[in-house]
Design a protein around this ligand. Sequence first.
Ligand code: HXC
Length: 516
Amino acid sequence: MSSADKLAQLRAMREKAREAGGQKRIDSQHAKGKLTARERIINLLDPESFEEFDMFVKHQCHDFGMEKTKYLGDGVITGCGTIDGRLVYVYSQDFTVIGGSLSKTYADKICKIMDMAIKVGAPVIGLNDSGGARIQEGVDSLAGYAEIFWRNVQASGVIPQLTAILGPCAGGAVYSPAITDFIIMEKHNSYMFVTGPKVVKTVLNEDITTEKLGGAMVHARKSGVTQFVAEDEEEALLLLRKIFSYIPSNNLEDPPYIAPTDTVDRKCEELNSIIPENANKPYDINDVIHSIADNGEFLEVARNFAQNIVVGFARFNGHPVGIVANQPKHLAGCLDINASTKASRFIRFCDSFNVPLLVLEDVPGFLPGSNQEHNGIITNGAKLLYAFAEATVPKITIILRKAYGGAYCVMNSRHMRADVVYSWPSGEIAVMGAKGAVEIIFRKDAKNAKDPSKYLVEKEEEYRDKFANPYNAAEKGYIDDIIEPAATRFRIIRALEMLASKSVNNPPRKHGNIPL
Ligand code: HXC
């Protein structure tokens, strides 16, 4: 073969690989409103940055006539490229090739880029759209999945792992995304479940649609499996880029600094009057976050799940910060099981990847009731305490209003080793609310009083004067200062600057035993 022929052969084979499962299947993919695996990579990465590996890989299966069904690349496109100039590894499952089903060689391709990503310290992004284990390959396919899972665990806390679910993701295949740091589900074509509607019908005689069982909104609102829902694939890919803008490439790097366009000492005057006069009235914590963050920008994580706690990324003077904030607008900002698990996972992500934590606290306590107790608020609430206590990144707490009882301790208090704790003048740091407190400590005295209800109201007033303020805690040094709300942004930026070189190590151990 002449050199020219060899070149022509290479070009022809590349062309063949790019045809994937053929035009008919590509058209059918488009007809469903889906992009192809290759189009997704092109949309995700910086232009011309994609470097593909293993384009010539073919599966090695000879059962069930599979030797006649071979495609160059075998159903998954893998490689690396850049996002905003930063290296990322990516795999994109190709539904047009045997339903994107996973063979052993396909898994090997994914494992290869995961190994490289861990070696060089760059994130892995998975774009999922697959019919699951390639049924013809049997246990070889299962082995492939398990190899991926193992690498997901090895990579956890070392490099960020992000997943977009853009089509089916069923059976054990769901466990790789579940281990990754963030999941985005496309709203109309994606679903995730361990067992599908047919099995549910057979085993439980329950009729349920694919969407109701494992659609994007179900996982965003009910299970909390997905942290983001995208209206369409373009939005999903943009969201991946956006998340990446807040996080470092690995656990040894600092998160990416972007030169700020907002001023450091910008006063947030509206915050001086944001807390309602009546302590039982809610306000929207998002207004506080938008007011203090650089340019009012906030990337909320898991916005549809456990809305009594708000978590997400913002920047202060150009530096990314992870915010954990009670939301008085939902369940009065009480902590419950879902809020605890949502916030704990976010805190642990931030701590793994050197993102400082900012807590905005207004919490009346843990949500009472048999539902919470029987479903394990004890174990789950402990996760939150554990996550704050073990975090060694800079930790700042601002008490806006209520900081009651156990929730005061848990929410990144001084005693959990918060580095800086400030309170607004509206802070109320106490064992419980005034009403509940006087009903317990003055119940007997009230019975003997001439007018018991008047007596209780007076005592309530007395208790409120004594404890419904931040000065008691400030006297003891549990909080470092009482600040004007309007100065919050400036004080946070100052605190972050002061803590930039913080260095703390927990005692050496194999790993802790977080109450899972
Ligand atoms: C082999 C598969 C396949 C699979 C789809 N195909 N899934 N081939 N193994 N798992 C093939 C189809 O035969 C078809 O081939 C092509 O891909 C497109 O599939 P369609 O069914 O035509 O597409 P659609 O109607 O959109 O339906 C998509 C689907 C369905 C809902 C995903 O294909 C499906 O139910 N597939 C099987 C899902 C499944 O049971 N997987 C195993 C789960 S258990 P042709 O040649 O006709 O185009 C699992 C365990 C993982 O994954 C364990 C990890 C530990």
